[in-house]
Ligand binder design. Structure first.
Ligand code: SF4
Ligand code: SF4
Length: 119
């Protein structure tokens, strides 16, 4: 990933059209079955080369809803294979072999802690 949309999402739709790569789907299309918007970790580019910060988080009105997640690159992709989404569910991906861009100024600690993207 990337970023993750948490369970405080109010399904307001402010983020979805801001994403430059169409990585976000609404609650009806969330492939995990949760009633939340969902970011496909194998599509999110962390807005690298598009915006100075993740545009979805800038648009989101709900504090702390969109947080950092583990990088979707290299060995870190193991994180996305089992039970680490929300409620112990698995993430859903279209292309597990993808290698996605990420912001290298965000620490692995902040990613694992799901730190807020925007304070
Ligand atoms: S960080 Fe950017 S690329 Fe990733 S889901 Fe948000 S808007 Fe889309
Ligand atoms: S902008 Fe925030 S609260 Fe609204 S749908 Fe997106 S993630 Fe959910």
């Amino acid at each position: 990933m990337a970023v993750i949309i948490g369970d405080t999402c109010i399904n307001c739709a402010a983020c979805i059209d801001e994403c430059p790569v169409e990585a976000i789907v609404d609650e009806d299309d969330n492939p995990t079955g949760e009633e939340l918007y969902y970011v496909y970790p194998d599509k999110c580019v962390e807005c690298v080369d598009h915006h100075d910060e993740p545009a979805c988080a800038t648009a989101c009105p709900t504090e702390g809803c969109i947080t950092w997640d583990v990088k979707f690159a290299g060995d870190d992709k193991e994180h996305f294979k089992g039970g680490n989404y929300i409620d112990g569910l698995d993430y859903v991906m279209n292309d597990p072999d993808a290698e996605m861009p990420f912001r290298d100024d965000i620490s692995d600690e902040d990613r694992k802690a799901r730190a807020n993207v925007v304070d």
